[in-house]
Design a protein around this ligand. Structure first.
Ligand code: HEC
Ligand code: HEC
Length: 258
């Protein structure tokens, strides 16, 4: 399925149709609300409401800390289909509204107006912040690769992509962001030691190389260990060290920006 080469010296180019099916199905990516003119208000509210205290640190929008749960990166968040680690919210505006109320303590419309008189209500504030978040998009070699430029990834990175797909990772980590689309049981193939199997959103992996520690509780320090854990506990398989290394190399490439 993935071409005829098996020798390691052989340059593997995943079949284009498979890349298209697995990684370019991001309908919402084409429709950012950033052009609405609300972005400046959204950026202001994001600062004033204190969002940047946790969703900051660098351009990815995470402090790398656990506040009950790990702070997810907000770069490319607008492309996701489900939000939060539970993945129980399907609209970004609804999740932002929840953050405004629960984390920023803005309980009603009056509290929002007190923060910035250009915003009339909680709903307005959520729409403006989503316009702001929609501008937090990264673009790099991985995007060019998905759009058809095979040479945008190195041979080693393409090997990693092949290993990623062949192992079955893309069943749950698909789309341009490699995840953020669906909810699955953690421990599906084999329960994690000392934990009841429980459902979580399969997060985007696009920035995983820069956003450790891993999992919703940061219980795994290293990316290669997270890859091994996933193979074993989600897919019931043990990956060869070469495949783990290749997948990690591939994941590093996806977070690079131009
Ligand atoms: C105290 C730290 C903290 C603050 C302040 C904070 N957040 Fe969060 N944010 C988190 C954590 C932790 C999560 C993951 C929560 C979960 O899934 O249970 C999260 C999740 C999110 C998500 C979902 C990301 C995803 O991958 O689905 C969005 C969007 C978001 N926050 C936006 C905001 C906005 C907007 C504000 C300001 C109103 C804000 N946050 C304030 C810590 C914070
Ligand atoms: C059956 C669905 C499923 C499959 C298959 C799967 N994953 Fe995951 N993955 C998840 C879920 C769910 C989480 C979130 C678990 C948590 O945070 O506790 C996750 C989390 C991760 C994380 C941590 C990301 C972060 O930011 O914390 C990495 C890395 C990862 N997966 C890589 C992989 C790789 C590589 C493969 C293939 C070997 C794979 N996954 C296969 C569902 C899956």
């Amino acid at each position: 399925m993935w071409g005829l080469c098996v020798a390691s010296s052989c340059l593997r180019e995943p079949e284009r149709e498979i890349v298209d099916v697995l990684f370019s199905l991001d309908a919402r990516a084409a429709a950012p609300s950033a052009g609405s003119g609300l972005q400046p208000l959204g950026a202001r509210l994001f600062e004033r409401a204190g969002c940047a205290q946790c969703h900051a640190g660098d351009a990815l929008g995470t402090d790398g800390e656990v506040h009950g749960r790990a702070t997810p990166p907000l770069a490319d968040v607008a492309r996701q289909l489900v939000f939060g680690w539970d993945g129980d919210v399907g609209e970004l505006e609804a999740f932002v509204r929840r953050e405004l109320v629960q984390r920023a303590g803005l309980g009603d419309d009056a509290a929002v107006r007190a923060l910035d008189d250009a915003a009339n209500s909680l709903d307005d504030a959520a729409v403006a912040i989503v316009a702001h978040l929609s501008t937090m998009r990264s673009r790099g070699r991985w995007d060019r690769y998905v759009e058809g430029d095979a040479a945008a990834l190195t041979a080693g990175e393409r090997d990693g992509l092949v290993a990623f797909v062949e192992a079955g990772c893309a069943t749950c980590h698909a789309g341009r962001n490699l995840g953020g689309r669906s909810v699955h049981v953690l421990g599906l193939a084999e329960p994690l030691p000392g934990r009841e199997p429980r459902a979580f959103r399969a997060p985007m992996l696009r920035h995983a190389a820069r956003t450790g520690p891993y999992l919703h509780d940061h219980s795994i320090a290293r990316l290669d260990d997270a890859v091994r854990l996933m193979a074993r506990h989600e897919l019931g398989r043990t990956l060869a060290d070469d495949d783990v290394r290749a997948i990690v190399t591939f994941l590093h490439a996806t977070t690079e920006t131009d």
